[in-house]
Design a protein around this ligand. Structure first.
Ligand code: GSH
Length: 205
């Protein structure tokens, strides 16, 4: 398999899952800041101009974080990256959709790229603040979802890889303080060898 990624982007979560799986895969780095995602070389592969994008062993492309993570979990059931019961599955999907579609796309994307949300430069601080408000609500709800458990679903699952990305951005890139149980989750994730390998491969600490 081949993962198109950008260092520290949400593709980091998929990279972590590939490391957890432990089979060989190829990494292809994209420089989002220089607009590589919009150049023909990449749009010919992924017309959505986003990472993560996974080219599978049969050559087919899979995009969208939850779909890629779901595919990896389902194709490696021995790793238990998803709960086995329907209620556990649907709660995992509920969390993934909230983390990606709301906290990432409506929160952090506003913080990191406010210009994408307004044609007026003067409005960008207000856009970023709206993103901070969305992220704050998100971390409050995610803290409640985690509670006193080690991982979101109790056992480690694909949801923890996405939560790690949000926590990593909060602390390392957006100067957002996390509730104590999310800080502990971040450190628990950092202690996993797969997370350490993914961070090292992306040149991150
Ligand atoms: N809905 C997509 C969102 C992916 C996404 O927004 N990725 C960001 C990086 S975290 C990206 O590729 N941004 C490039 C751009 O928007 O130009 C998913 O779930 O994979």
């Amino acid at each position: 398999m081949k993962l198109f990624y950008a260092p520290g982007a949400c593709s980091l979560g998929i990279h972590i899952l590939l490391e957890e799986i432990g089979k060989s895969f190829e990494l292809v780095r994209l420089d989002l800041a220089s607009g590589a995602q919009y150049k023909h070389d990449y749009t010919a592969i992924n017309p959505k101009s986003k990472v993560p994008a996974l080219v599978r062993d049969d050559g087919s492309l899979l995009t969208e974080w939850p779909a890629i993570a779901w595919y990896l979990a389902k194709t490696h059931p021995e790793l238990g990256l998803l709960p086995e019961d329907l209620e556990g599955e649907v709660r995992t999907l509920e969390l993934l959709d909230y983390m990606v579609a709301t906290v990432h796309m409506r929160g952090f994307t506003r913080i990191f790229r406010p210009a994408n949300f307004t044609p007026t430069n003067a409005d960008e601080p207000a856009v970023a603040q709206t993103g901070r408000d969305v992220a704050a609500t998100g971390f409050n709800l995610l803290s409640q979802a985690l509670g006193a458990k080690a991982y979101l679903m109790g056992d480690y699952s694909i949801a923890d890889a996405m939560l790690f990305c949000l926590e990593f951005w909060a602390v390392g890139r957006a100067n957002i303080s996390l509730p104590a149980n999310l800080t502990a989750h971040l450190e628990r994730m950092r202690a996993r060898p797969a997370v350490q390998r993914a961070l090292a491969a992306e040149g991150l600490t």
